[in-house]
Design a protein around this ligand. Structure first.
Ligand SMILES: *Cc1c(COP(=O)(O)O)cnc(C)c1O
Length: 432
């Protein structure tokens, strides 16, 4: 009935998430409110790591991509499942450090890391640094020497794969700001330099071809290309690359008609390609890493709002105004991303109206979506926007000096605060 498996309707006709009544959550914590289903997050992590164990002989690691949803409680959940993290800024890293996350299971990314970030990585002992370019390699080499450390590094590679997704989240092609190009020989030259560095240890190669990808073929193609490169490095430089990181990007269901392949199938088919290629190319099976973000948290989250004005423009459209919008969910204004929504207190009724859901910012583009099927919504109703667990809280901003919403985790019908709602004093905290 709904895009996520953990949503249902209770006997009062209210939408529930992970067994908790969303109308009660809205009453208890206020709106707008992010609600995350902890059990579904854990289940999604397990689906990935169990299939890595099953199809890749336990030689795989799942690193949750922090940028999809980062807060200390999320770090604790990931740690308790035994999985790793991918972090892309000192802020995401600091969050993990403060949550007591095991640093050896962290990969640090970024196409323009600062010296302060590189130093912090070495100070806290991250597992890998995924190096993006030669100037960064040289800076890291100097910093590592200065600090008397020898970090493990991977290289971010652009394998030249078209992943058939939105251009803003396409990252594997030559014309991308991320990483070293394969086709031009740039990556090979860089590896030559890296293997001769004294203060870093060249450990692996990494690629991330994009996000919200439904097809398995681009992942198989990327794996093949990367293994070809690993073989070339072995044959021509006599250097054995031990780690292969294939990034994230597994698509999820935002709309009823979306039909992503089960995660297990991705892992099964990609593992098979890796094993076959290794045998064929005569190289040792690398340790395999994946970095799912959206697929872990996206389906596990919803956002609750209170409906304000209902504005009918005859023969044109009906606007339903909510007490949030682009500051808590910038994905429509960025990508025209589509969502499904439900009036939480009328969840059992048919969604037989077509409406535009409008946020409260001073921007005409501040919409959650247009032409959305919805129950008849009136002032005071609670609106739930579904599958907002990824790239909503993490992208939230304070435009118009709106306070960022709280994040609540639910488990077994019980709820608890994960991130407090911002106060008015938070809004002026750094003002002088
Ligand atoms: C964004 C990103 C991810 C996560 O992507 P999802 O589509 O959320 O799975 C993983 N790795 C890297 C390097 C990324 O940039």
């Amino acid at each position: 009935m709904f895009v996520s498996e953990d949503l249902a309707v209770n006997s009062q006709g209210h939408l529930t998430i992970g067994g908790a009544d969303t109308v009660e959550l809205a009453e208890k914590y206020g709106t707008p409110l992010y609600v995350m289903d902890e059990d579904l997050i854990r289940k999604n992590l397990r689906r990935f790591h169990d299939s890595m164990n099953k199809y890749y002989n336990g030689m795989g690691e799942v690193h949750f991509a922090s940028k999809a949803f980062s807060c200390m409680e999320m770090c604790r959940i990931v740690a308790s499942e035994g999985d790793g993290l991918d972090a892309v800024s000192i802020g995401e890293l600091y969050t993990a450090v403060k949550a007591g996350f095991p640093m050896e299971k962290v990969g640090f990314h970024g196409n323009n890391k600062t010296d302060a970030e590189l130093r912090y990585c070495l100070e806290v002992g991250v597992g890998h640094i995924i190096v993006d370019n030669i100037p960064e390699l040289r800076r890291l080499e100097a910093i590592a020497k200065d600090m008397g450390k020898k970090p493990l590094i991977m290289f971010r590679i652009k394998p030249g794969i078209d992943a058939h997704t939105h251009k803003a989240v396409l990252t594997g092609q030559i014309d991308s700001k991320f990483g070293f190009a394969l086709e031009t020989g740039e990556a090979f030259e860089a590896v030559k330099e890296a293997v001769s560095c004294e203060n870093v240890e060249f450990y692996g190669v990494h690629c991330h071809i994009g996000s919200q990808i439904f097809d398995i073929e681009p992942f198989e193609a990327a794996a093949k290309t990367m293994l070809g490169f690993i073989a070339k490095v072995k044959n021509e430089l006599g250097y054995e690359i031990k780690g292969l990181n294939l990034g994230g990007g597994f698509g999820i269901k935002y709309l009823t008609e979306h039909d992503p392949k089960p995660f297990e199938e991705f892992i099964e088919r990609v593992s098979a390609v890796v094993r076959e290629q290794c045998a064929q190319l005569g190289i040792a099976q690398p340790r395999m890493y994946i970095e799912p973000g959206r697929s872990i948290v996206g389906p596990a989250g919803i956002t609750l709002y209170t409906v304000g004005a209902r504005k009918v423009i005859p023969d044109i459209r009906t606007y339903i105004s909510i007490d949030g919008g682009m500051p808590d969910n910038p994905r429509y204004i960025l990508y025209e991303s589509e969502y499904e929504a439900v009036v939480a207190n009328k969840a059992g009724e048919p969604r037989d109206e077509k409406v535009t859901i409008a946020g409260r910012c001073c921007e005409s583009g501040d919409l959650i979506g247009e032409n959305m099927a919805l129950q008849h919504a009136e002032s005071g109703d609670i609106l739930a926007v579904l599958a907002t667990g990824a790239y909503n809280f993490s992208m939230a901003m304070t435009y118009n000096r709106l306070q960022r919403p709280a994040v609540v985790f639910v488990r077994d019908g019980e709820s608890r605060i994960g991130v407090k709602r911002e106060s008015l004093d938070d809004i002026i905290r750094n003002d002088v």
